[in-house]
Write a protein that binds this ligand. Structure first.
Ligand code: PHE
Length: 506
């Protein structure tokens, strides 16, 4: 029977690893797949339907937008957006040009890559760190410099300081003589500092870069130098961002789907079946009944509709879900209103020339700034092509609100003025088109992501349990918020709980 797929493997439901629902699980208990209505066709909603379908559950997804994917949204030529302020934009990007307005990078450890593999979504490297990208600290007045230069100076001076302290015996209570030697050997390589005879001084090396590159015959190159003083390096705060790449989920290698991040939801959509998804369906009421659920919605023609199902998986953002009338315990609505919402913005700038590659030799990666642009991303696709889309800002919080409050034209103007401080006047030249998103002003989403003021005060646990026949899922119910992997894993969690309940006769 197991060979025929009619029996669950005994360890299937007990193992901590994920085991997708299987038709055999139901067959062995003599039960049939139930019907499930899923609210939201973002990653959590699509993944829930995809996983449940593996065991033959009948799913219907209700999605308020006219597309699937939620925040996983790739903007291409012709893509339109009307925001909550009634501002409509239509992207004019050229062929093969796009911007990932939401998620845009995938760490190697994340479940999202497993889904890419399973669904056949091709991936390519995403360049998250680039030694040739820039550091721009406006507030300290430090000169614009390559990340490699900032790193060389910060690691160099820190190594010098520590080597001197060791040499002077300041850390003798902590280190044996052998330890000291080993740490000094490490520092010599890490910081490229001088020898004991040189007082372990950091004086700069070619790690900082060159003003004239080495070449043939007599051209030995001219090293960029000397480094600014230790005081200036730290006063300039150029090291403010260099530890970013140590982050567990921000370290290279990183990946992106070839052709746009929406390759992920589109593959899920195809797998689930377009006939299972009702687009333009705005939920108006959710009723939990003793034997099922009832969801009322307004369809794309404005007509009231009702769906009945055995169960519901609600994957809307919590702050949106909190507003939908339900007959659930009021504690649920209050818990849904508990997370705080982070505003997030991005602008795509399409240029007729890849000046960042041609002039600045920046092939992908991110320039870090302390301005309201926050991060400037160079594309990790289309190298040496004719055009390219730079992400002119990727910001959060107050900066995202500043740009979000502006018209798309004013956002562009401000982003160009700010970017020109880093890249010069060419930043304003050869611009073909632009498109910006302020997630907090985007209908049915209204935020970039959320944060829990506390995960131990009850609300998080409450929503990770079913409320009657209603399950909740989304990145916001995981420990990796603002990552698709969180949405995938949360969907798996809800699906597993639901399936176990059905197997148990619930
Ligand atoms: N996942 C998003 C990103 O990569 C948001 C995020 C940033 C999450 C940094 C965690 C850390 O930009």
């Amino acid at each position: 029977m197991r060979a025929l797929g009619l029996v669950a493997s005994p360890e299937a439901l007990a193992a901590p690893d994920y085991h997708p629902p299987h038709a055999g699980d139901l067959a062995v208990t003599g039960r049939r797949g139930k019907s499930v209505v899923i609210l939201g066709a973002g990653i959590a909603g699509l993944a829930s339907a995809y996983e449940l379908a593996k065991a033959g559950y009948r799913c219907t997804i209700l999605e308020a937008k006219d597309r699937v994917g939620g925040r996983n949204w790739t903007v291409r030529g012709g893509t339109t957006l009307t925001d909550l302020d009634g501002r409509t934009q239509t992207a004019r990007f050229g062929r093969d040009q796009y911007m990932n307005a939401g998620p845009a990078r995938l760490p190697q450890s994340h479940l999202t890559l497993d889904y890419c593999r399973e669904l056949g979504v091709p991936i390519e490297p995403f360049i998250n760190q680039n030694a040739n990208a820039l550091i721009y600290n406006e507030r300290t007045g430090a000169p614009v410099q390559q990340a490699r230069t900032a790193k060389a100076d910060v690691y160099g001076y820190v190594s010098e300081l520590l080597a001197k302290a060791l040499d002077q015996g300041s850390l003798d209570s902590r280190l044996s003589g052998e330890d000291k030697d080993r740490v000094l050997t490490f520092l010599s390589g890490f910081g490229a500092i001088g020898s004991k005879a040189d007082g372990y001084a950091y004086t700069g090396t070619d790690r900082r870069g060159y003003t004239v590159e080495p070449g043939a015959a007599g051209e030995a190159g001219t090293v960029l130098g000397p480094p600014p003083s230790l005081t200036d390096v730290f006063a300039g705060q150029v090291g403010r961002y260099v530890s970013f790449e140590f982050g567990y989920d921000q370290a290279m290698m990183m990946f992106q789907p070839v052709g746009g991040m929406d390759g992920v939801p589109m593959a899920l959509y195809r797998a689930v079946g377009a006939d299972k998804v009702r687009l333009g369906a705005e939920i108006t009421k959710l009723t939990n009944l003793p034997g099922g659920v009832e969801v009322a919605y307004k369809d794309k023609y404005g007509k009231s509709q009702l769906v009945k199902a055995d169960y519901c998986i609600a994957t809307l953002p919590p702050h949106i879900m909190a507003r939908i009338p339900t007959n659930l315990d009021p504690a649920i609505a209050s818990a849904l209103g508990f997370p705080t919402v982070t505003p997030v913005g991005k602008i795509g700038l399409e240029y007729s020339r890849r000046w960042w590659e041609e002039d600045d030799r920046i092939y992908g990666g991110i320039t870090e700034t302390d301005t309201d642009l926050a991060h400037v991303w160079y594309p990790s696709y289309g190298f040496h092509g004719k055009r390219g889309v730079v992400i002119g800002y990727y910001n959060t919080g107050g900066s995202a609100n500043t740009y979000g409050a502006l018209t798309p034209e004013s956002r562009l103007e401000r982003a160009l003025a700010q970017g020109a401080k880093i890249h010069g006047e060419k930043y304003k030249q050869g611009l073909l088109s632009s498109f910006s998103v302020a997630w907090q002003r985007t209908p049915f989403i209204e935020g970039g992501w959320v944060g829990w003021p506390s995960r131990t005060s009850g609300q998080y646990d409450l929503l990770n349990k079913p409320a009657g026949r209603v399950y909740f899922a989304g990145d916001w119910l995981s420990y990796f918020i603002a990552w698709q992997a969180g949405a995938f894993d949360s969907a798996r969690y809800a699906v597993t709980g639901l399936h176990q309940r059905v197997l148990a006769g619930g």
